[in-house]
Design a protein around this ligand. Structure first.
Ligand code: GLY
Length: 403
């Protein structure tokens, strides 16, 4: 059964959004700008989950891998939208996201790395991506402080970056300027679903009670699966994927690094204020919040191997984030078989990159009842059980989602 527009939704529906990360705020901004009454709820400060922990890379090309062609199309579409989105945000809320377009370098430090890099590069070229092979000397011409061991590299001029923490602030200002209302420190106890339709949100704490909405958007990142009220079959298969990160302080007038850099075991993202973001471990540890000696050691050693000059840089900050990772590493976007319940979660490593397309396509669906072709492959329905694999009848089995 195709997921379609609910005839009962008004032209400017009231919308309750669970989660004030960049996706929830981006959707909220678009909807408030279109005249909808929008409330965004978060139990913490806005954007303090994966949106805060991220590095802000817009790396559709550099991170393209075999087997992810459908996701690549979505990533490229969102990357194209980024310059306009950033300009529109700055105009709407007065906050710049520090969009930087020097491009991304990926470097190899030994022969094995170079062979792996060549394999990925050949694949990316076959996909028609604008990436360029570099010798070690050519890579050092772009980044003079790279280790002499860098023997090869790839340059991706179209892979850019933004400051994700400024993105949170920019979205917040734009959302408020458009008339959206943010409720922080408010726990959403449940999504209220009755008779196959989302009716609103059940809130706990200071704002305890039931709020009625025409549409509810689940945009709670790594926490999306745990919200009460969803039928089992509609619990998005999203888990937290831990990442440890840190930042170093460069001289902003004379920085050690200007491009986004991927080296074996690490990526480095230079900010305009001189910070260098260093990331990230990838750990199946649930919501474990701990920084570990081994995690930080691995990041710093990999950084030093690629860019030996970092030893003199002060450490500014260390932190842990939890990527909202779906079972197939792709986001879950759009309507569900519960009328009025819309998903925007599971963005894995690509939440910042996918913010524009998520905001535009999800709000477009809510306003016009049409699923834009670019997000069609990313419905939660893709996790539905195939005929013949059905489990014995359980509540929600007709929705056919294996969780
Ligand atoms: N997007 C970078 C990361 O997930 O670590």
């Amino acid at each position: 059964m195709p997921l379609g527009f609910q005839a009962t939704s008004p032209a400017r529906p009231s919308v309750g959004i669970v989660g004030a990360g960049v996706c929830g705020l981006g959707i909220g901004w678009r909807l408030a700008g279109a005249g909808c009454r929008v409330d965004v709820f978060d139990r913490a400060e806005p954007g303090r989950g994966a949106s805060w922990a991220a590095a802000g890379m817009l790396a559709a090309r550099a991170e393209a891998e075999p087997g992810e062609e459908t996701l690549l199309a979505l990533n490229l579409a969102s990357q194209e939208m980024w310059p306009g989105f950033a300009a529109e945000l700055a105009a709407a809320g007065g906050v710049s996201v520090d969009y930087r377009d020097e491009g991304t370098l990926i470097v190899a430090l030994d022969r094995d790395d170079a062979e792996a890099l060549r394999f990925t590069y050949d694949y990316q070229r076959r996909q028609g991506l604008d990436v360029h092979w570099l010798s070690g000397a050519e890579a050092r011409k772009r980044e003079p402080f790279l280790s002499p061991n860098v023997g090869a590299g790839v340059y991706s001029p179209g892979d850019h970056q933004v400051d994700n923490r400024k993105l949170v602030e920019a979205l917040l200002q734009a959302f408020r300027a458009a008339g959206g209302r943010l409720h922080t420190g408010v726990e959403v106890a449940a999504i209220d679903i009755e008779g196959g339709r989302a009716r609103g949100l059940v809130l706990a704490g200071a704002e305890a009670g039931v709020r009625r909405y025409d549409v509810v958007v689940l945009a709670a990142g790594a926490w999306s699966r745990g919200i009460a009220g969803l039928p089992d079959a509609l619990r998005p298969p999203v888990r937290p994927l831990k990442g440890q990160m840190l930042s170093l302080q460069m001289d902003p007038e004379d920085p050690l690094l200007r491009h986004v850099l991927w080296a074996p075991g690490v990526y480095l993202v230079p900010r305009l204020d001189g910070r260098m973001i260093v990331g990230a471990t990838v750990e199946e540890k649930g919501f474990d919040p701990s920084l570990t000696a081994g995690g930080v050691l691995d990041l710093l050693r990999s950084t030093w191997e690629a860019l030996p000059g970092v030893t003199e840089l002060p450490i500014v900050e260390m932190w842990v984030g939890h990527r909202p990772t779906s079972r197939d590493d792709a986001p879950i976007l759009g309507p569900t078989l519960v009328d009025g319940l819309v998903m925007a979660t599971g963005h894995h490593r690509n939440g910042i990159l996918l913010t524009p397309v998520t905001a535009d396509a999800v709000s477009h669906y809510i306003l016009h009842g049409k699923v834009m072709p670019v997000i069609e492959p990313f419905s939660i329905a893709r996790f539905a059980k195939k005929p013949g694999r059905a489990r014995p009848a359980a509540d929600g089995a007709k929705l056919g989602v294996v969780t």
